[in-house]
Write a protein that binds this ligand. Sequence first.
Ligand SMILES: [Zn+2]
Length: 364
Amino acid sequence: MSFRDFHGNQETVTRIREMTARSRFPHAVIISGPEGAGKFTLAQMIAKSLNCLEQPRHDGLADFCGHCSNCRRIAQADDLDARFAEAIETRDAMREADKRDSRILIQTHPEVLLVPPDPPQMLIKVGQVRQVIDSVFYKPVEARRKIVIFTQSAFMKEAANSLLKVLEEPPEYATLMLLTENPGELLPTIRSRGVTFTLSALPVSELEAALSAVRTDLKPAQRELIARLANGAMGRALSFKLEEYVSARVHGLTVLRSAVAGGDHSELFKVTETYRAGADGREQTDRLLRTLYALLEDLLVLKSGTPELVRNRDIQGELGRIAQQVDFDWIVQAAQRLNEVERGMRRNLLRSLSLDAFAVSLEK
Ligand SMILES: [Zn+2]
């Protein structure tokens, strides 16, 4: 791995690498961008390049070797979701008394601290920031720089105020990075202390080009479909599970057709019957709901006379036929009902029944 493996937003990445090469990397940075844009991947790359023992240069720009002991230890946290799940599991296994004081932090290298939002509220809490403060004022021993990465920017108020104190006078050797989908969520006083790097959503053509380099197993039409469905996010495009999506879409279309046609719902019931309770069923239902939203969006786009924006391009004919049978109000109502199904599921209402009810309630 190297900075050259980062897809998209090359101007921003080059700026970062120039700053790093001149040892001018700021003490506080905000990396903003939509979900899947690669904010965390980039932050990890920065952490490695600042602390790599070999510090290779490519075209005069900073990079990292990927195999020295610092790079390797930092890379153990590349799979953030897995490390996060482990941290939660460890806390869940604690005695009640200890649990209360335990804060979720991830540290695979002694000088690199990752701070994810703390469940169940999924906010960064003051206890976490206090631990950052405890650690950040100790000079790094095993690396040049002390690095803290806040993986999201939803801070509890007191936590944000504590963070501000660190940002006002960060130690010379420290770099704090805040990752955010929405910089407006951060206190203006925090924003003004950091340098902001923005990762923007990528055009479909750029996603397609990246996909054609790595997903040679896919047909061009499939790559185009993924590029359109990825919402400008390279991470999402590269890890997109097309087969799963297409099978959820087959079900989504059955639900929509059943809702539009009314009357006989046997096909619908055959589909919804397969949605069971439990974690698997939950994931399957989540996928179906997300797919239904995407299909409704396409119907809306068709109704608005902007077919070039349809994302499910490969089934545009079928979507066109459905669009002819419904009006704006129906689509809006369907989106609202879908939202109710989603909320019902969070309260653990029976999945299959709420999906049936969804379709039946939209009958024309
Ligand atoms: Zn290295």
